[in-house]
Structure formats: C-alpha cells, structure tokens
Design a protein around this ligand. Structure first.
Ligand code: NAP
Length: 286
C-alpha cells in the first residue's frame, strides 16, 4: 500500500520570512526619518504562562526593530482602571499598537475594554469596527492575527485558495468566523461547521482546504480528510502533558499539506501581531 506523506506547512519558517519583511520595512522607515513603530503590551496580574507570551511578543517586536513598552497592572485592577490605562495609551502619540494579553482576571469586562481601544491601535483586530471592516471585505480593517496567519501560511505555500472548497471547523469570533471570511474574500467556497453540524465527516471529506479549530483532540480522523487536502490544525489542546491539535493519527498519510502542531499556526499568529503593529504605525504616520 502506498503511503503519501503530507508536505509541511511550516509556520516557523513562514514567520521568519514575515519578520524579515517587517524588519526591512521598519529600517526603511527609520532611514527616511519616519517614526519607529512601538507596541504597548498590557498584562493584568502575574500569570506565568501569560507573562511568557507577553515576553515572547516583546522579543519578536525587538527582533525587527519595533520598540515596546510593558504595562503590568496588578491582578485586582478594575475595569475602570484598565479603561484609564487604555485611554492613556490611545492618546500617547508614541504608541502604534496596544495588545491586552488575554485571558484577563474575571472582574475585567473585556467587551468594554476592547470597545475603548482606538481601532487604529487595535493590533489584535478585536474591535468591532475592525471585525466589521473585515466582515464587509472593506479596506482599512485590522485583520485578527490567527486567521490572518492561517491565510498567510496557505498563500506562502502557494496553495490555491480561489475556487477551492474550504471547510472551517469552529465558528468562534476569534478564529472560525474570521478565517472563513478571509477565505471567502479570496474567493474560496466556504463551509463553516460547528458543534451542531450534522455528519461533520461528510463536510470535511469535501474540503480542499480544511481548517480545524474546534479545540477537540482527535476530532478529525484520517478517514475524514480528502486525499491531497491542505490541513491547518489550529487548536492547542493539552493531552498527556503535551500540545496536540484536533487531528487524529495518520492524517499526514492522507493530506497533501499539513501544519505541525506546535510550530504551525502559533508562530504565524505572533508574526501577524508584529506585522499589524507596523501597519498600524504606517496608517497613522506614513
Ligand atoms: P472556541 O471559542 O472554544 O470555539 C470552538 C469552536 O469549535 C466552536 O465554534 C464550537 O462549536 C466548535 N466545536 C466544538 N466541538 C465541536 C465538534 N465536536 N464538532 C464541530 N465543531 C465543534 O475556541 P477558539 O477560540 O475558536 O479556538 C479554537 C482552538 O484554537 C483552541 O484550541 C484554541 O486554543 C486554539 N487557538 C490557537 C491559536 C494559535 O495561535 N495557535 C490561536 C487562537 C486559538 P459551537 O460554536 O457550536 O460551540
């Protein structure tokens, strides 16, 4: 029996290319006397895992010549206090982009905080104005990092999106819905599946591009994948002490392209944050 091994959709390598492009653009800005972009990160409390993520994002920014500043309000910060910080960062001319590390402590009303962000500085692309522009396919919206990273990964690998049947498993506002919209904008025919979808396998088997973002280990089994499909495994499930996605074993024998997990979507998400920070500055001060 012949056994096809999928080609790797290498998020680390693609992210490296994006950092190189951003570094060139930042150096070009600085050389012509334009402003250097700056990312402001906000971590409420001292959760060690969140602190690590923030430090990584800061390191990624510095590696391409983007400045950063870090805000660490205490774990008992109120929504009003966080809103006051967001207001200060909105007004601060030197700040290009604001990242509020999530999850925040329970007492924080994140919907109010996201609404208070200056949409131009919303480098996560969570503000309803940005989500709306992206949904309408209009220019000027900040694309959310994970969905934008997924699409950039497919495009960089030369995978044809136009006319392809893309099936997205998961319909969250963070991943599933926006990635479906970005694929639709690029003229894929998109099917959006979720926990109430009947006969999930009948949909996934029809996918030229399959985006698995359900957060359920072993949801997508080998026989649910069309031979040769490009499969993007977004999820970060923890299973027996290690990170796994939604795919069961053997999917690599059927798929044509496959993201490693970890090492696929995660690095692309961070690269898109850095790209968005450059774009935010370029919009404010070309
Ligand atoms: P979420 O808000 O929990 O959404 C999960 C979605 O999957 C929901 O729409 C849910 O359907 C659907 N779903 C759950 N079980 C299903 C099933 N058995 N069959 C079909 N659909 C099912 O999660 P999320 O924020 O979108 O994130 C998804 C995964 O991606 C998580 O593991 C998360 O950690 C990961 N993630 C990774 C990155 C990265 O950078 N690598 C970034 C963001 C998220 P209903 O709507 O019907 O409930």
């Amino acid at each position: 029996m012949s056994c096809v091994t999928a080609r790797v959709l290498d998020g680390k390598a693609a992210a490296k290319e994006i950092y190189a492009d951003v570094a060139t653009a930042v150096a070009e800005r600085v050389a012509r006397g334009a402003s250097r972009p700056k990312l402001a990160t906000v971590l409420v409390g001292d959760d060690p895992a969140s602190a690590q993520y923030v430090e990584l994002k800061q390191r990624n920014a510095h590696s391409v010549g983007i400045d950063s500043e870090d805000h660490r309000p205490p774990a008992n910060t109120t929504t009003e206090e966080l809103l006051a910080l967001v207001d200060r960062l909105n007004q601060d001319e030197s700040v290009s982009g604001i990242l509020i590390q999530q999850p925040t402590p329970k007492q924080i009303d994140m919907s109010r905080v996201v609404l208070a962000l200056d949409p131009v500085k919303d480098v996560d692309g969570f503000h309803p104005i940005n989500a709306g522009l992206v949904a309408l396919g209009l220019p000027g919206g900040v694309e959310p990092c994970t969905p934008a990273g997924i699409v950039a990964l497919l495009e960089r690998a030369g995978i044809a999106i136009e006319g392809a049947h893309a099936v997205v498993v998961g319909r969250s506002n963070l991943v599933g819905k926006p990635v479906a919209l970005l694929l639709l904008k690029r003229s894929a025919t998109v099917t959006l599946c979720h926990s109430r979808t009947k006969d999930l396998a009948s949909h996934t088997r029809a996918a030229d591009i399959l985006i698995a973002a359900a957060g359920r280990a072993n949801l997508i089994l080998k026989d649910m994948v069309k031979p040769g499909a490009a499969v993007v495994d977004v999820s970060t499930n923890w299973f027996e002490g290690r990170q796994v996605g939604d795919l069961g074993s053997g999917v690599d024998e059927v798929a044509g392209w496959l993201t490693p997990n970890p090492g696929g979507v995660g690095p692309m998400t961070r690269a898109m944050l850095i790209r968005n920070t450059l774009q935010a500055e370029a919009r404010r001060r070309p």
